[in-house]
Design a protein around this ligand. Sequence first.
Ligand code: NZQ
Ligand code: ZN
Length: 395
Amino acid sequence: MNNFVFQNHTRIYFGKGVVKEYLAKLLEPYGRNVMIAYGGGSVKKTGVYDAVAGAARTAGKTITDFPGIMSNPTKAKVDDGIKLAKEKDIDIILAVGGGSTIDCAKAIAIGSRYDGDWWNDFWINQGNVDFRQLPLGVVLTISGTGSEFDGGGVITNTETNIKTGRIYPELSPDFSLLDPDYTLTVPERQVRAAAFDTLSHLMEFYFCKPDTDNVSDDLLESLMRSQIRNFKATLANYKDYDARSNIEWISSLALCGIMGLAKQPDFDCHNLEHQIGAFTDCIHGEGLAVVTPPYYRWLMPYALDRFVRFAVNVWRLPSEGSNEKLARAGIDRLASFIEKAGLPTNMRQLGVKDEAELKKIASSVQTGPGSYHKCSPEDVWEIFKNCWQEREKIQ
Ligand code: NZQ
Ligand code: ZN
């Protein structure tokens, strides 16, 4: 295996009733002022906010609310949060929500303890967290991104149309409380998108070098099969606790750092999707569903053996016929799974208006260094054109 360094300091509390059981105790060691960050109001409707605020009061804390964090959180929203955190002398942020709320809280955690330009120094460029950022705790209400168990944060600058993510091990939450019951109120469309996001994270780590025998690939295949099985069970019954709790834990595992050890992913499906999101504000997992099959059809000739392995070990296709046919059949199975799951399959469904806008988005994409093959601007344009027409290709 390649060399690696692994660090993840988040304590996970998983299962029914964990907020009531642990949150007040977990908050005790921190200072008095707690910021409760949340989204557009679902937590107020579901009662999750009351449970969290109740625990904070039990721990003797003074609460400052920071509501209204939108999906695909913006730089402007982070700026507001930084201002508030400084004004109220916040000691810990409690992010109550999903990836958007947690990512926004992570950027606030850095920006409120940094005097320079946080966006330029930590998001446009990879920075160095050589100071103690604000501590962060999480109460998860929608699973999928894995942000509750990683140091990643994705922020959109709506002035420059740049959506970009960075990973800082220091930003892994101190603790994350995962009660699968909390996710049962998530709208079905968001559940589907988030479940695909998790599958995409696993695939991003799988479709990259090295191809030498690697325990990470075995773990990834096993988790991909489990995610597909539990995704199907969820589609059959969105209230299936076993399926939903498995999906929640797989989403945390996918990005906790262990799955990609010794691998060299470029996360290019995410790089392509992030710019579609920057222009259309589409749901992250839906953008990935559109981009992934055309991207893999482009990548297949550079990684034929890997796509054969995907077809046989993940989709359990019989190992017969030419490698090319088998590899293609694996991608077709993925595409047909996406369609059957009710996820979008082309750019128009994401809100891209016309070819001119598609061109603009394509030219703004920054791909990674490449793992099997570097994706050039011309390649991005070819892939995007195929995303425009994807539906016609599915048998
Ligand atoms: O805002 P509220 O009212 O809370 O409603 C939310 C939102 O509309 C709703 N929701 C969440 N929990 C609910 C609920 N509705 C009812 N009941 C509940 N229990 O769901 C909607 C989506 O929430 P959001 O947080 O936007 O979804 P998600 O967790 O998918 O996060 C998406 C963001 O995470 C980024 C994405 O790019 C996107 O910006 N990502 C973050 C990553 C990371 N930090 O590691 C990795 C990912 O690849 C991803 O890029
Ligand atoms: Zn993702």
